[in-house]
Design a protein around this ligand. Sequence first.
Ligand code: CAA
Length: 258
Amino acid sequence: MSNFQYINVLSRNSIGYINLNRPKVLNALSRSMVREIVNAMEDFDQNDEIKVIIMSGEGRAFAAGADIDEMAEDDPVRFELLNQFKDWDRIALIKKPIIGAVHGFTLGGGFELALCCDILFAAENAQFGFPEIKLGVMPGAGGTQRLTKLMGKTKALEWLWLGEPMSAKEALHYGVVNRLVAPEILLEETVRFAEKIAMQPPLSLRLIKEAVQKAVDYSLYEGMQFERKNFYLLFSSQDQKEGMKAFIEKRKPNFEGK
Ligand code: CAA
């Protein structure tokens, strides 16, 4: 396994652990740190001994967002040349289950990283949110998409527009997290769950993950196109002609299934 500067990694009993480790800046996600996280995930993904990945944060926070100092002077051309979100995109290609154990501030890019996990265990003191709007920007690593898919449009807009923190209880209520636990047993409870998952057949785990992801990814647009084709198709049926004719003639339709 590679040497990492901003994270700690450990493998034990079929579980690969990634602990974000820049506690002095509340694990603010610099680009190098994100690259390390994704490299570690890919290492675990390729390692036959590892069945499940657990990600957590050291100190007071899981992660308080992307590193504001690093990006304060950025401009669109630099973003384009850096192609910085390509590392984030690699997370979606990880085949093994990723379980987040989050506590404290889980904000901005930190919340986006948490939303990349397949399952989330949260400490009761976890605080989620997208404060980007207060910086005059918006989430850029999938936050608007992943939160909306979880909560629905109206609720997601409320959180994204206000930029206010969402308590762990609220996150549980809206289905953003799977379990709420006392901070002192967060890791223990997450590991207990991960150990159960690690007992399951690995191929089933990965194919189930892939299939569920497809269900999430199927966009409203694609769904609407599909619906429209079927809607059109029905206009080639005799029952459509009969149904509408009967309505106009104010009588009961006689459907024949043709
Ligand atoms: N980037 C860089 N440094 C950060 C940081 C961040 N996102 N969040 C916290 N820090 C640093 C602080 O600057 C501070 O450093 P110094 O000690 O050197 O001053 C240290 O971490 C501790 O933070 P605070 O003293 O501010 O701690 P606090 O308890 O008073 O407040 C907080 C905690 C409310 C989380 C506050 O730190 C905060 O508001 N952080 C920024 C949250 C934020 O806006 N996140 C979104 C970032 S943008 C983004 O993520 C874009 C994207 O979608 C990719």
